[in-house]
Design a protein around this ligand. Structure first.
Ligand SMILES: [Zn+2]
Length: 156
């Protein structure tokens, strides 16, 4: 769960399409917001599996940052979820190609980042008041790359 990276990656893709005149900046921003909201699947998994503080969002967050008990993958990461979401993207297309595109950018960028993150072994960890943070070195590199891309796409 890295909401900032899940925001920046689809935003960079969306802004690239914006620069090509294919979508508006508002739709690019929507791609980013939906990219973050996909992580609500982890909250659903936490509510199902947690032994205490089941509905605590902070409990879910800290569990994901500190414990191995956290369910790293949810239904959206497995074949049924991927095929189901892809079917939804295809079915949605004739009704709203834009909604289909937003979901495709948000979901596929999210899955790419999640699967890369699962392979990471080296992390930076810190704590802000009662909230634990953990970020892989590669994810930090991604943040820098996406931020640079976004700034260039907006500035050039
Ligand atoms: Zn995720």
């Amino acid at each position: 769960m890295q909401p900032h990276t899940h925001f920046l990656f689809p935003l960079a893709i969306g802004l690239l399409l914006f620069r090509f005149g294919m979508i508006s900046w508002k739709i690019a921003l929507l791609c980013a917001v939906v990219g973050v909201l996909i992580d609500l699947d982890h909250y659903v998994e936490y509510v199902i599996h947690a032994k205490k503080n089941r509905f605590s969002f902070i409990g879910m967050w800290n569990d994901s940052m500190t414990k191995e008990s956290f369910v790293k993958r949810s239904f959206t990461h497995y074949w049924p979820g991927m095929i189901g979401t892809t079917l939804l993207i295809i079915i949605l297309f004739p009704f709203s190609s834009l909604a289909s595109l937003v979901l495709a950018i948000a979901y596929y960028s999210h899955m790419i980042l999640d699967y890369i993150e699962l392979t990471q072994k080296r992390f930076v960890r810190w704590k802000m008041l009662f909230i634990y943070m953990k970020e892989s070195y590669l994810n930090i590199a991604f943040d820098i790359i996406f931020l640079t891309t976004i700034v260039l796409l907006l500035a050039v």
